[in-house]
Design a protein around this ligand. Structure first.
Ligand SMILES: [Mg+2]
Length: 267
């Protein structure tokens, strides 16, 4: 898989389209992976170029597994469209929307997180209730592989968790409503809502693969040209790179890429 810097001419073809959108994951993509979700911060260079690009593009969107209010707090740039909870929440210009069918799930998530909190009382596990979804993080565990197995066993033993969709992440397990909504449907929705004719999606983990696939699916139409960019890290699942068109080596290279984009659009 080639670095995007080896083939910027290809990206330029998408950028020259009349309505280009920049869609990016947040954690591990524009913010370096932190020991806990609360400690994460968007890197200054990524923030600077994302802020500069936003008024110049048809769309700048942050697409995250975090609750949408949390993504807004973390990124905090006016004009950015925020998609939270893997596509279940959408926020733009002061208006928040919850995906249809998701209304009953906060009560189930509450029950499951209470139950897992009782079952998984060990150091290094963080249970994050994100309203309409939950994430169980075990990055801080002294033995993450073994802890990950215990987390999965507790989830598999929970009757209420059986009503949810279980998606493994990077040293975390995500629990979501069993709705056909993911970062892929989120990207399809963004392309349609903002009438995009070009775009890139940048992401680093398993849940981003759906977004990459949505970009490739949109490419089958003549009126759209987009590319999927995978951020490399030690923990990046191989499937993420396999589905991508190009790679970026860590969050620093993401900033270098955003800077390049900004230089192109401000010429
Ligand atoms: Mg990520």
């Amino acid at each position: 898989m080639a670095s995007v810097f080896n083939d910027l001419e290809t990206i330029k073809r998408a950028l020259e389209r009349p309505r280009f959108g920049l869609m990016t994951d947040v954690d591990g993509t524009i913010s370096p992976t932190a020991p806990t979700p609360a400690q994460a911060a968007v890197s200054p260079a990524n923030r600077r170029y994302l802020a500069r690009l936003t008024p110049r593009l048809a769309l700048a969107a942050a697409v995250s597994g975090r609750a949408v209010a949390d993504v807004r707090r973390l990124v905090g740039i006016d004009g950015v469209v925020y998609v939270g909870n893997h596509g279940l929440e959408h926020w733009a210009g002061g208006r928040a929307e919850l995906a249809r069918g998701a209304e009953g799930y906060p009560a189930i998530i509450q029950e499951v997180t209470d139950e897992l909190g009782r079952e998984l009382q060990e150091a290094g596990i963080i249970i994050e209730n994100k309203g309409v979804s939950a994430s169980i993080h075990y990055r801080l565990s002294p033995d993450p592989d073994a802890t990950g197995k215990r987390v999965m066993a507790a989830i598999n033993a929970s009757a209420q968790a059986g009503r949810l969709r279980i998606i493994p992440g990077r040293r975390a397990v995500n629990l979501l409503p069993p709705l056909a909504i993911d970062k892929g449907t989120a990207v399809r929705d963004l392309i349609a809502r903002y009438n995009l004719s070009g775009g890139v999606y940048i992401g680093d983990e398993t849940t981003d693969i759906d977004a990459f696939k949505a970009i490739h699916e949109a490419n089958r139409r003549r009126d759209f040209l987009g590319f999927a960019l995978a951020v490399l890290s030690r923990e990046a699942p191989p499937a993420v790179v396999e589905e991508a068109d190009f790679t970026l080596d860590g969050t620093d290279e993401v900033a270098r890429f955003l800077e390049w984009l900004w230089r192109q659009v401000s010429k």
